[in-house]
Design a protein around this ligand. Structure first.
Ligand SMILES: Nc1ncnc2c1ncn2[C@@H]1O[C@H](COP(=O)(O)OP(=O)(O)O)[C@@H](O)[C@H]1O
Ligand SMILES: [Mg+2]
Length: 135
């Protein structure tokens, strides 16, 4: 898990999930993906703010959403994040990390025939990552 500095350790996490939502998959890998996404939300929200973790089921898939109110990802680079290993954004300079978390989360999603989605309102406008796994 990402180490939080004292300054980063001021997050409230809102969890919205059903009591049970069974999915066929590799539990350890799912946890790894979730750690990566929550770790990013914590790390890239240096001014604090809320982090949302939501788990919901559609008719054919399960969607796990992690949203934050942090530094965001500029539109011109969001498409490249998670595509290859060791790719980090310009704004990630000065934050710990090597650029593996999103890449691994994408591989884990795709290994379950799912996908990873990433969206941001842009600089300082937060980020939302979605792990979508078919039922
Ligand atoms: N929640 C987020 N807020 C802002 N930027 C993010 C977020 N998640 C990912 N990113 C951007 O995507 C890049 C790749 O993410 P990741 O693979 O987890 O690498 P790392 O956490 O080691 O920097 C990050 O370096 C950062 O630029
Ligand atoms: Mg990361």
């Amino acid at each position: 898990m990402t180490e939080a500095t004292a300054e980063e350790g001021r997050h409230g996490i809102d969890v919205d999930a059903p009591a049970a939502l069974p999915v066929n998959g590799d539990q350890a890998r799912m946890e790894q993906a979730l750690h990566g996404l929550i770790g990013n939300a914590v790390k890239f929200s240096p001014r604090g703010g809320r982090i949302g973790v939501r788990l919901e089921a559609g008719p054919d898939e399960v969607c796990l959403t992690v949203s934050d109110e942090g530094i965001g990802i500029p539109a011109d680079e969001i498409g490249a994040m998670g595509g290859k290993a060791f790719v980090r954004g310009r704004r990630a300079e000065g934050y710990a990390g090597v650029g593996a978390g999103l890449y691994l989360a994408r591989l884990i999603a795709e290994g379950h025939s799912g996908r990873l989605g990433l969206a941001s309102g842009g600089e300082d406008r937060g980020t939302t990552a979605e792990l979508i796994i078919p039922l």
